[in-house]
Design a binder for this molecule. Structure first.
Ligand code: ZN
Length: 469
């Protein structure tokens, strides 16, 4: 890191995978940040591992907006892919039936995790002409060649190939020598365009009726919406090679050597019971299923509980802990509900985010503000500027994380349906009446019945309260 500690607190520092160091961040245009994040291939429901990047980069996008004003954030939708074709063939429907359905499902899952929509959500099929134009530029400049209806990027034509992932091109080629496709001049060359048969979606091009390879779409869409050199490109560490390496090769070579992304950010993977979460694990821990079983804000909390570059051990215990923590925080907010306070993001929170997006440190600050509030309440303080300021800090820190923005009652009752709430309230009221009438047998029976349903009853100075566990 550069600069004194005081300077560091005023400047956003981000780890750049390209330089392998934490660097002070400044956008090319001081009034506007451009950011591109690789989005989903929409052929299936996504798992919770696919939620980490969007949640983390959502926190980053809001921090950037506070700091620099304008942020143009693009996250693509890959809507042409062989996995999509396979799903469409299996179900005997056009690919758009698959991609529409799972694009909507993805957006719903992201909304459940509190992820705000990016400014631009470009689709590959909406940018075929941009993709073809970029491939033509690569052929003209000698970085790509057409062969048997395919177009391949020539890895040997780009001396910096392998820099991002720290791989030596010769090693890469050695690893790829098995089963070399006949249209490849060199085993490491990758596909920019491939021909389609009658069962596959295809577009007219100078080379064949075909479809783009996966890597070229991100290069073409980033250039179309954000310009030739962008400030931040982000995605999961599993995309660093070959996807991001190939994006760099395509963009730099198509744009006459201009740098592609100035900062490369990579989030770590989720470990699930020791196994690396990847698409191949299948449907376990789909976001869709998790939000049915758990409050979704707890999933967001859990995803932010480790530093984004570290692997995150995902477990039921982590979710349960996150639920308990939010119970405590919302319980504190409920106890100060009568105190008026406007959320204000504390300087300490901004400083923690400036430190390469240290979300665990922000969560520790949140716990500290809440503990301070509870201590003052326990000491008998019920109002006053200190309580209001602490509440403003707690809500502000939550705002920076995309947490703690529900009404406390909404969280504590888990947003359950109102019919059921009324039924439980009636049982709670009956128990209060039984106790008042000293019918302790009935009161205990009601308590046991409620406990069996997972309802926790609390006797507080403000009266009897209940919540779902
Ligand atoms: Zn990409």
């Amino acid at each position: 890191m550069e600069g004194s500690p005081a300077e560091r607190t005023r400047t956003l520092h981000l780890y750049n995978s390209l330089s392998r160091t934490v660097e002070p961040f400044a956008p090319l245009d001081p009034t506007r940040v451009t950011m591109y994040v690789c989005g989903p291939t929409v052929y299936n429901y996504v798992h919770i591992g696919n939620g980490r990047g969007p949640v983390v980069f959502d926190v980053l996008a809001s921090a950037l907006r506070r700091r620099f004003g304008q942020v143009i954030y693009a996250r693509n939708i890959t809507d042409v892919d062989d996995k999509i074709n396979q799903a469409a063939n299996e179900q005997q429907v056009p690919i758009s039936a698959i991609t529409d359905r799972f694009t909507n499902a993805y957006l719903q899952d992201m909304a459940a995790l509190g992820v705000r929509r990016p400014d631009i959500e470009p689709t590959a099929t909406g940018h075929i002409s941009h993709i073809i134009a970029m491939i033509e530029q690569l052929i003209e400049s000698g970085h790509a060649y057409a062969e048997q209806g395919h177009v391949l990027f020539s890895v040997e034509s780009f001396a910096e190939y392998g820099r991002l992932s720290g791989r030596n091109p010769d090693e890469l080629l050695a690893g790829a020598r098995v089963d070399i496709a006949p249209y490849k001049r060199n085993p490491g060359d990758f596909v920019l365009w491939k021909p389609s048969d009658a069962t596959q979606p295809g577009w007219e091009s100078p080379w064949s009726v075909g479809r783009p390879g996966w890597h070229i779409e991100c290069s073409a869409m980033a250039a179309a919406h954000l310009g030739e050199t962008i400030d931040i490109h982000a995605g999961g560490i599993d995309l660093q090679f070959p996807h991001h390496e190939n994006e760099i090769a395509q963009s730099v070579c198509a744009h006459g050597g201009k740098p592609f992304a100035r900062w490369w950010l990579h989030n770590g993977m989720l470990n699930f019971a020791g196994a690396k979460m990847s698409k191949s694990i299948g449907n376990i821990e789909r976001i869709r299923d998790l939000v049915e079983r758990h409050p979704s804000e707890a999933l967001r909390y859990a995803l932010l509980s480790a530093h984004y570059r570290q692997p995150l051990e995902w477990s039921d215990n982590l979710i349960a802990q996150s639920v308990r923590t939010l119970d405590r925080l919302y319980g504190t907010l409920r106890d100060v509900e009568a105190i008026a306070a406007t959320p204000a993001i504390p300087a300490a929170v901004e400083a923690a985010l400036d430190d390469d997006l240290n979300t665990p440190a922000v969560l520790a600050l949140i716990a500290g503000y809440a503990a301070d509030l509870r201590k003052r309440l326990a000491e008998g303080q019920t109002d006053g500027p200190e309580l209001a300021a602490l509440k403003a800090d707690l809500l502000g820190a939550g705002l920076a994380m995309g947490l703690l923005q529900q009404a406390p009652a909404e969280w504590l009752q888990r947003g359950a349906n109102t019919d059921d709430d009324a039924r439980i309230q009636a049982l709670v009221d009956e128990r209060i009446a039984a106790k008042a009438a000293r019918d302790f047998t009935r009161a205990d029976a009601l308590r046991d019945q409620l406990a069996a349903e997972g309802i926790l009853i609390e006797d507080t100075p403000q009266g009897v309260r209940w919540r779902r566990q």
